[in-house]
Structures are given as structure tokens and as C-alpha cells.
Design a protein around this ligand. Structure first.
Ligand code: ADP
Ligand code: F6P
Length: 354
């Protein structure tokens, strides 16, 4: 089995609260095994440029509670080119980096599998507020983002109640409605619009009109950004013109990506960071660390990437050829299970949030 003397850790793609906690766990678990850790700054850009420094136990002090990522993040198109990849591999050789833990989303995992194929074993940890990595029940940052949305929407609700208004609130999530559906329940939103399910805005307007008639003063409608950036502002205008209820529009945008990580994200990140190092040092690579039914497990990175493409309906011709019939069936049932979970949230919201 390969003996690891030194590993690297990086954060890449959109940052997420809890990335620091994950990197801290990676550093301290590796050091506990007598393996050195190099911090790779600015994601794959730092790997190309050699923006790399050793991390000792105290270099990751006082960050478990901090949002953002002390390693910084970047989107690095050059890493997708053969020249960029060659530079990254040369940097790994130069700094004697025997393996890498890459914290990020599916783009980061595509980079990690490409680097593994070039002889640098990599393991991915899902860090993104969107919860759009189908192979894990939760991604790092998702819980904090939902808590932030809840806190902000609660504030909007206070002022909507005072002024008898409606507020349409757009939240991030890329193509995934997970943040919107969960926070719609938590905030008692009267409507929730997500890319996964059809939405009847005429029925919403009728409902708001009737509810106002019997005395309801405040209305919150949550919209996931995945339905398109024009949708939520247009819906706000439509609600106002069709119901007569004064309606404001708010886009929460990146504010939801910052802030101190929640307890759940700190613990999830610490568990995933530790497990990633245990896996790497035991000779595993090309895997994504996942949470399944409360357990920390691993999934083949190519399986995880194909699963996400199947979920999004973006599979290219022949992309499933590398997988067995059983694996393809497993993908289909994982997707069905996830959609069932989201659909149940949508139904609960419709039934109890009036
Ligand atoms: P996320 O990880 O949040 O999905 P991105 O999609 O921006 O974020 O991906 C992060 C980075 O991962 C990209 O900027 C790029 O450097 C790297 N990456 C993405 N796709 C590939 C790919 N097909 N091959 C190599 N690297 C990739
Ligand atoms: O993936 C995280 C995320 O915040 C998405 O929710 C959002 O669509 C996107 O990143 C925004 O990206 P950027 O930071 O490049 O504006």
C-alpha cells in the first residue's frame, strides 16, 4: 500500500459555511497519523501556481466557527485544460503531495477525478449550500444556509405583518429546490416555487385573495433561483396586481452563503474531513464522502457525478456505459427517493402553510 508522507487540502467552487471545519478536520486527522498537510490556496488555481503552505495544528485554530474558507476559493478554467492539469501535477511532484482532499461541489469533483487519473489520488468532500450532490443526504453548508434564510425571512415576515404586505423572496440553490422547500416549511411560506415541481401562480393569487379576505395580513412566497432570475420579480408584480396586496421582492443572494456554520454543519464537516483522511491513508481514492441515513460513507466519484447528471437530465449519450445494470438501477432508485423526499416537503408546505 502507498505510504503517505504529505497530503494537500483545498476548497474550490462556491464557498460554503463549514468548509473551514472540514479543512481543520483534515489537517488534524492527518497530523494525528504522522502525515504532513499542505494548504493549497485558491482551489485548483493555487495548485497550478504553487500557492501552497504547510499547515500545522495551530494553523487551523479558531476557524471551526468561521464562515467562508481560510484557504480561499476560486473557479479555475485553466485546470480543465491539458496544460493546466500538467502544471498542477508538476506542482504536486514539486511539493511532494501524495494525495489531495478537495472540498467543493460537482465541478470540484470533476477536477478531483481528472487529477486522480493523472496519478495524484484525490478524495472529494461535498461543500456547497445547494445540497445538489445526490449521493449525499446533506452537503456541508446546506444547514447553515437554511438557518440564515429562516432568520432573514422571519424578519421580513415581521414587517409584512405590520404593513399587511406580501414578500416574494428568491433564494439560492442553483438548480436545486432543497433550500427553498425546507425553509418554506420553516417560515410558514404561503407559496414555494422550485424547479423540481410545477407551480400554479394563479391558484396562489386566488389563495392570497381569499386569505386576505378573512384577515390574513402577511404573506411570504419563496422562490428557488433555479426557476430563472426573471420569475420571482414578475411573480411579485403579478401577486400585487391580481390580489391588491402590496408585494415586495427580495433576492437574498450571496448573504446566504456567509456566516458562522451551524452546529450541524460543523459536526458534519468534522466527520467528513476525518473520514476523508482515514480513507485516503488506507489507500482509497476517487471517492466522494457522503452522509447516508446519519452515517458517513463513501461513493465512487464517477458514480456520484453520473448520478447528478441523471438527476439533472444532462447525461450525455453513452455516459452510463461504464456502469453495470445494477448500478444504473441503484441510481434510478436514489433519484426517486430524493424526489420523493422533496415532493413530501412540497405537499406538507401546501397543506399546512396557508
Ligand atoms: P463547484 O465545485 O461548486 O461545482 P465549479 O463548477 O465552479 O464549482 O467547479 C470548481 C472548479 O473545478 C472549476 O473552476 C475547475 O477548476 C474545476 N473543474 C470543473 N470541471 C472540471 C473538469 N471537467 N475537469 C477538470 N476540472 C474541472
Ligand atoms: O453553488 C453555490 C451558489 O451560491 C449557488 O447557489 C449560486 O447559483 C452560485 O453559487 C452563485 O455563484 P457565484 O458565487 O459565482 O455568483
Amino acid at each position: 500500500m502507498k505510504k503517505f508522507g504529505r497530503i494537500g487540502v483545498l476548497t474550490s467552487g462556491g464557498d460554503a459555511p463549514g468548509m473551514n471545519a472540514a479543512a481543520r478536520a483534515v489537517v488534524r486527522t492527518a497530523l494525528a497519523h504522522g502525515v504532513e498537510v499542505m494548504g493549497i490556496y485558491r482551489g485548483y488555481s493555487g495548485l497550478i501556481d504553487g500557492d501552497i503552505r504547510p499547515l500545522a495544528i495551530r494553523d487551523v485554530s479558531n476557524i471551526i466557527n468561521k464562515g467562508g474558507t481560510f484557504l480561499y476559493s476560486d473557479r479555475c478554467p485553466e485546470f480543465k485544460t491539458p496544460e493546466g492539469m500538467a502544471k498542477a501535477v508538476a506542482t504536486c511532484r514539486e511539493f511532494c503531495i501524495d494525495g489531495i482532499v478537495a472540498i467543493g461541489g460537482d465541478g470540484t469533483f470533476r477536477g478531483a477525478t481528472a487529477l486522480t487519473a493523472e496519478g495524484v489520488p484525490c478524495i472529494g468532500i461535498p461543500g456547497t449550500i445547494d445540497n445538489d450532490i445526490t449521493s449525499t443526504d446533506s452537503t456541508i453548508g446546506f444547514d447553515t444556509a437554511m438557518n440564515t434564510v429562516t432568520e432573514l425571512v422571519d424578519k421580513l415576515r415581521d414587517t409584512c405583518e405590520s404593513h399587511a404586505r406580501c414578500n416574494v423572496v428568491e433564494v439560492m440553490g442553483r438548480g436545486a429546490g432543497d433550500i427553498a422547500l425546507n425553509t418554506a416549511i420553516a417560515t410558514g411560506a404561503t407559496g414555494v416555487v422550485v424547479p423540481e415541481f410545477p407551480f400554479d401562480d394563479d391558484a396562489l393569487c386566488r389563495h392570497i385573495t381569499e386569505a386576505r379576505h378573512i384577515g390574513k395580513r402577511n404573506f411570504i412566497v419563496l422562490v428557488s433561483e433555479g426557476v430563472g432570475s426573471e420569475y420571482a420579480p414578475a411573480l411579485a408584480k403579478k401577486i400585487q396586481s391580481e390580489t391588491g396586496v402590496e408585494t415586495k421582492f427580495a433576492r437574498l443572494a450571496h448573504v446566504v452563503r456567509g456566516g458562522n456554520p451551524s452546529l450541524r454543519d460543523r459536526v458534519l464537516a468534522s466527520r467528513m474531513g476525518s473520514y476523508a483522511v482515514e480513507m485516503l491513508l488506507s489507500g482509497k481514492s476517487n471517492i466522494v464522502i457522503c452522509e447516508k441515513a446519519g452515517n458517513i460513507v463513501s461513493t465512487d466519484i464517477n458514480y456520484a457525478l453520473a448520478l447528478d447528471k441523471m438527476y439533472k437530465g444532462t447525461l450525455a449519450e453513452g455516459q452510463l456505459d461504464a456502469f453495470s445494470a445494477d448500478e444504473v438501477e441503484k441510481m434510478k432508485s436514489e433519484i426517486a427517493a430524493k424526489l420523493d423526499r422533496l415532493s413530501a416537503l412540497n405537499e406538507i408546505a401546501k397543506t399546512i402553510n396557508l
